[in-house]
Design a protein around this ligand. Structure first.
Ligand code: 5GP
Length: 210
């Protein structure tokens, strides 16, 4: 069984706080798209740290993606890595809504980049929708470039199945707060017993393992 690491709410908060400066430096997001459910909490925390005095809060939209080999595989919290991405929620595809993405700096937020399958799907499909919206807009969209960035709390240092655009990777628009090995990360919002979760995190910390 893979090694587990326990991440507390405080740690998630601090990872977002620490990353905000880099995100603002590399890429000034005008919109965040959180991949549910793991991207919701990090996106909301990040928003507080990305807020600039006098500027409005950065809006957060949500999409839901699941990666499963088959549904309901086991009781094991360490899910079997899947190969098929299923959309459980997507953006409002009305033309008014999609054209509002044209010309934006969009930061896609998720909790973890494991095989990269989900992130590849999200970037590819969202980009497709924006291109379609641009075509519908015609001349009005000329010169309006949509830039994509990715933020994750944890990137697992492993061979990836998915790929992200090279200009994103080389242009500093892929940002991971922490890089870890191929371990299983237990996030606080998944915990049934948060006291026990925090105790396990503290125990690992004391052993210098987390
Ligand atoms: P990927 O597409 O990069 O393989 O992973 C997609 C999803 O698998 C993540 O958004 C997350 O929901 C789940 N996942 C992968 N690794 C972990 C992990 O270590 N811990 C948790 N809690 N979920 C994970």
């Amino acid at each position: 069984m893979a090694e587990k690491i326990y991440v507390t709410y405080n740690e998630v908060h601090k990872l977002c706080a620490r990353s905000a400066k880099d995100i603002l430096h590399e890429f000034q997001p005008t919109l965040m798209i959180a991949i549910g459910g793991g991207g919701y909490v990090p996106a909301r925390i990040l928003r507080s740290f990305l807020k600039q005095p006098g500027a409005p809060n950065i809006p957060i939209q949500a999409i839901g993606l699941s990666l499963y080999e088959q549904l309901g595989v086991s009781d094991n919290p360490i899910e079997t890595p899947g190969t098929k991405v299923t959309r459980t929620q997507w953006l409002d595809l009305s033309s008014l809504s999609m054209t509002s993405l044209v010309g934006k700096n969009i930061l896609i937020v998720d909790e973890v980049d494991d095989t990269r399958t989900t992130l590849e799907y999200a970037v590819r499909e969202l980009e497709k929708d924006v291109q379609e919206a641009k075509e519908r807009m015609g001349k009005e969209a000329e010169g309006m470039e949509t830039r994509w960035g990715v933020f994750v709390l944890h990137n697992k240092d492993k061979t990836k199945k998915g790929t992200l655009p090279t200009d994103m990777m080389s242009g500093g628009r892929y940002m991971a707060a922490r890089t870890v090995g191929d371990v299983w990360i237990c996030y606080p919002w998944e915990a049934k017993d948060i006291e026990e979760h925090d105790r396990l995190a503290a125990e690992a910390e004391a052993k210098g393992k987390n």
